[in-house]
Design a protein around this ligand. Structure first.
Ligand code: DAV
Length: 366
């Protein structure tokens, strides 16, 4: 029996990875956690339902571009099994008119060593998304005797989990920034809630973004679940919509991180990196001034790259400034046409979830 699952960080040589699928993707109806996420001036505000088929087909084509690049380099690629996402769901605690998608996998699956854990996402529409990955988990479980298949405690997502009327009126950008700085987010602290894409894995250290999708109780839960790890809560006051760390603070190799210049990591959180001689470089500007149509994320998906090993990185094909910067930083850059997959939840890092990277759990911050 083979070892299939192992990954401790985002830069060691990638050997096996999950790439999402856009099939049956839905723009979800508003709910307590998501209405705060859609910018007030977005064309998506108030709209929900199946995404147009031609955008789904085009998004899938982009993901196939990525699969081909990976397979050509010998990386094994696994794919989820999409559900009919436009079904209403219910639990004893809540009902929602629809699910969403199985993009992006990075939000749902957290790989730490030989364990893959399904997250405790705060969106009701994502409550059953893990099911798309269960056929893969079954296979890993059958084939890899060391694989730990885990589900984080399921949040109940009752009305107590959210602040209601959090943004009652049109809220200005300044007020949003004030709330980010004050760490005042839409979730309450009654239960741990987190998206896997808020967790940056760096060997023995986990840096977890506190924002709209991950709360303080999650930090506490992580530290108790992994007592041998150091859990660091980080936050980026420059971000009016703080969701996920991977368009904000992205490691390329041991000792080097690119940081979104609009969302600098504040002191004293920088201290641990500086004390260990890590270089934090401002990421290059995005090539675009607007995200593509029907996209939740910002133009900073430009920096949402997939590192294949400490010298090789896949960057979106139109992101020429980011490519040039990576090249200057000593990386071999592989461009991948993926922009039309952005509306389904993200860039190259988002669209994937680690299964196997070579290497072991190291202490980068001794
Ligand atoms: O900048 O909109 C996107 C992160 C997606 N995982 C942003 C964050």
């Amino acid at each position: 029996m083979a070892k299939i699952v192992s990954s401790w960080n985002d830069w060691d040589p990638l050997k096996r990875v999950i790439v999402g699928r856009c099939d049956n993707s839905v723009i979800p109806p508003e709910e307590p956690a998501t209405s705060e996420k859609v910018p007030v001036d977005s064309e998506m505000r108030g709209m929900w339902g199946l995404r147009p088929l031609e955008t789904v087909e085009r998004g899938n084509e982009c993901l196939e571009n990525l699969v081909k690049i990976l397979e050509d380099r010998g990386v094994v690629v696994d794919r989820p099994t999409p559900l009919q996402w436009n079904q209403a769901i219910g639990t004893p605690d809540f009902r929602n008119d629809s699910m969403m998608t199985c993009m992006p996998p990075r939000d749902i699956l957290l790989t730490i060593g030989n364990e893959i854990m399904a997250a405790a996402n705060s969106f009701r529409c994502r409550y059953f998304e893990y099911l798309a990955y269960w056929p893969l988990m079954e296979m890993y479980f059958e084939q890899d005797p060391d694989f730990k298949w885990t589900q984080a405690p399921r949040p109940r997502l009752t009305d107590r989990s959210y602040k209601h009327n959090y943004y009652d009126e049109k809220i200005s950008l300044e007020e949003r920034l004030e709330r980010t700085a004050a760490k005042d987010f839409v979730t309450t602290e009654v239960e741990p809630m987190w998206d896997a894409a808020d967790v940056m894995r760096m060997g023995k250290d986990l840096f977890i973004q506190h924002g709209l999708t991950t709360n303080r109780a999650a930090m506490d839960w992580f530290q108790r679940y992994y007592p041998e790890f150091r859990v660091h809560a980080v936050n980026f006051p420059g971000d009016p919509y703080p969701i996920h760390i991977d368009a904000t603070f992205v490691p390329l190799r041991p000792g080097l991180i690119i940081n979104n210049p609009h969302r600098p990591l504040p002191e004293p959180q920088r201290a641990i990196f500086e004390a260990n001689d890590w270089q934090i470089v401002e990421a290059a500007d995005p090539a675009h001034t607007e995200p593509p149509a029907l996209c939740y994320s910002s133009v900073w998906l430009s920096m949402n790259c997939l590192v294949l090993d400490p010298k090789t990185v896949i960057v979106e094909a139109s992101e020429v400034h980011q490519q040039e910067q990576m090249d200057k930083l000593g990386m071999n850059v592989i461009p991948c046409d993926l922009r039309d997959a952005y509306p389904f939840g993200g860039g190259l890092h988002c669209s994937t979830a680690d299964v196997y990277r070579e290497g072991e759990c190291l202490d980068y911050f001794p």
